[in-house]
Design a protein around this ligand. Structure first.
Ligand code: ZN
Ligand code: ZN
Length: 160
């Protein structure tokens, strides 16, 4: 059996000031004025390379209000700057999209809610092949693997 080339991504927590500049330029071109909650949400994504739940965003921003966070996320998603991702039992999260299309996917633990990012060239090639064979105009994809992390699986085994 050949080893599956999976790289556990280092994207989590990756600070990227260039992303903030890129995102601002897109917002400016779309006619949005800089400032307010949207700007704060954007700055947060520039510092964070992986998914955040709307609740976590609201908390990190010190309570700008859930409605403002959702509005900002909707606008950023519409402009292709962030995308919705499945966080398992935690619900939906959002994470930034890179201008070059580089991205990662997730493993989610349904017991403790921990999130691990991974990248796989082989998975990307398989998805590209399916896209090509389909009659769909495929614009994107997200992949979330759900289950128990090693620690939770071990604990469940012990208590059983
Ligand atoms: Zn992520
Ligand atoms: Zn992918």
């Amino acid at each position: 059996m050949s080893p599956i080339p999976v790289l556990v991504s280092r994207a989590m927590g990756a600070n990227d000031p260039a992303w903030a500049e890129y995102a601002e330029a897109i917002l400016r071109d779309a006619g949005y004025r800089s400032g307010g909650a949207r700007r704060q949400v954007l700055d947060l994504f520039a510092e964070q390379g992986c998914a955040l739940s709307p609740l976590a965003i609201d908390e990190r921003l010190g309570g700008v209000g859930r409605a403002s966070v959702y509005r900002a996320l909707d606008q950023l998603a519409e402009l292709g700057l962030v995308q919705r991702v499945d966080l398992g039992t935690e619900g939906a999260g959002y994470e930034r999209l890179e201008p070059g299309g580089h991205h990662h996917h997730h493993l989610v633990c349904e017991s403790c809610g921990c999130l691990v990012a991974f990248e796989s060239e082989r998975l990307e090639r398989a998805i590209a092949a399916v896209s090509e064979l389909s009659e769909f105009e495929v614009r994107g994809h997200d992949v979330t693997l759900r289950g128990d992390c090693a620690r939770c699986a071990k604990e469940a085994g012990r208590s059983a």
